[in-house]
Design a binder for this molecule. Structure first.
Ligand SMILES: [Zn+2]
Length: 179
């Protein structure tokens, strides 16, 4: 794996880029696209994220990375190989949704209980330019839906059923360590 990613500044809620609809990537092989993927992977690692979308680093392009790993921000996250997702589509989803905690590196300090589909079938282009179809469940499906929303200018706060489902980061830490 290449490891020449540069740490990027993460756009915070209020930045217009987080509310824009991102543009499809036409050529995955382009150096600036490959560099952007490396930068997202480096940045996510640095800030203990489990996913990060290109608009969060001021690039309004349809790319995100999913990199679930147990870390201080998500102690119960499953382990997976970091995956770059380009031009994603959600092809179908389970009937039922499930509420669970989410945070966002663009919205620091708070967490929310967000309803998401339990499983989704998706199609996307990999960083090698292959089009793949996958089924994701539970936490990975949740990350995918959260990051997909970023490409549509949507943040997790928009998905909450109630403002009462918001807690501070500090209270969230107490809740997950009690689990
Ligand atoms: Zn986010």
């Amino acid at each position: 794996m290449k490891n020449n990613g540069i740490l990027r500044q993460v756009a915070q809620l209020g930045e217009p880029v987080l509310r824009k609809i991102a543009v499809p990537v036409s050529n995955v092989e382009e150096t600036r696209i490959q560099q952007l993927i490396d930068d997202l992977l480096a940045t996510i690692k640095d800030v203990h994220g489990v996913g990060m979308a290109a608009p969060q680093v001021y690039e309004s392009l349809r790319i995100f990375v999913v990199a679930s790993n147990p870390n201080p921000r998500y102690p119960n996250a499953p382990k997976m190989n970091p995956t770059a997702v380009i031009n994603p589509e959600i092809l179908s989803n389970s009937k039922d949704k499930e509420k669970d905690w989410e945070g966002c590196l663009s919205i620091p300090g708070i967490r929310g209980l967000v309803p998401r589909y339990k499983s989704i079938r998706v199609r996307f282009t990999t960083r090698d330019g292959k089009v793949v179809e996958k089924i994701y469940k539970d936490f990975i499906a949740r990350i995918f839906q959260h990051e997909f929303d970023h490409l549509e200018g949507i943040v997790f706060l928009d998905r909450l059923e109630s403002n009462k489902d918001i807690v501070s980061e500090k209270e969230y830490q107490k809740i997950v360590t009690r689990k």
